[in-house]
Design a protein around this ligand. Sequence first.
Ligand code: BMA
Length: 313
Amino acid sequence: MRETHLLRRHPANPILTAADFPRPVNSVFNAGAVKHNGQYLLLTRVEDLTGSSCLWLARSDDGIHFTPDPEPALVPEPERPFEDVAPLSLEDPRITPLDGTYYITYVIYSPYGCVTALARTDDFQRYERLGVITLPDNKDVVLFPERINGRYAKLDRPLTRPPGVGDIWISFSDDLLNWGDPRPVMRPRLCKWDSYKIGAGAPPIKTPHGWLEIYHGVRETAAGLLYRLGAVLLDLEEPWRVVGRANEAILSPLYPEDFTGNVGNAVFTCGAILEDNGELKVYYGAADQVMCLATAPLEEIVACCLNGEKSCK
Ligand code: BMA
């Protein structure tokens, strides 16, 4: 198929499937991604045969061929505050290198709705769970990789408008656990591919033109919800200001693996890795079933944002 979108799919897709795991699982998707000590790491969401998810690390030397660890990295722990409200599912992790360690934001889905929790690790062997950092319903939380004007910053997506519709917000913190000073960043756009709801995807990437955020946008269609990826640049100093938001989706469900899983019509990212040569590797879950990879030069994505809309409030 001829590539029509800015992100180009890797020919090896899908790069990781349920069959690659050492025990029977239903699906693997929506992975956080980072390069650590020269290795590519995907912290994947693995849904087991009960329908609940845990977070499971897979490692690679080339960014394409991944091997899962023998055991999951994070599973629900019923003795923890909040995690005593089983049944639980740990979902959609994002990894941010920050202050010389790695912070992981992930969704805890429970009978109380979805909240976001924070964990950290230095080595992807041992994980420290720091606690829940949002009220329900709030997910798609990504941390910026450095303090901005002295404060930590996160993007999130409170579900402020029923039914299940939300915008991207920013808030700030001195300690990563207590958050405040919330401000709206951008909203869905009527009559566009991101008209229903939006949420941050990969943690923001610093560029000379602004913070690049790869986000997902959803459109309501006669066939159900349609999940695509887009890009936006946020001001470096005042990241609640949009410098430019690409008009076009940069990845849409078009290939067989985007339709033939548990939730067809969905591409969804939680992580991207910027290579030294300027290539951005965007790892995405396809159809809530498998992990895939698509790439584009960072500068092309930035240019696409700069050519887009300036005001998104
Ligand atoms: C979102 C999240 C993602 C999922 C997507 C498509 O709301 O639950 O985990 O990939 O829907 O089903």
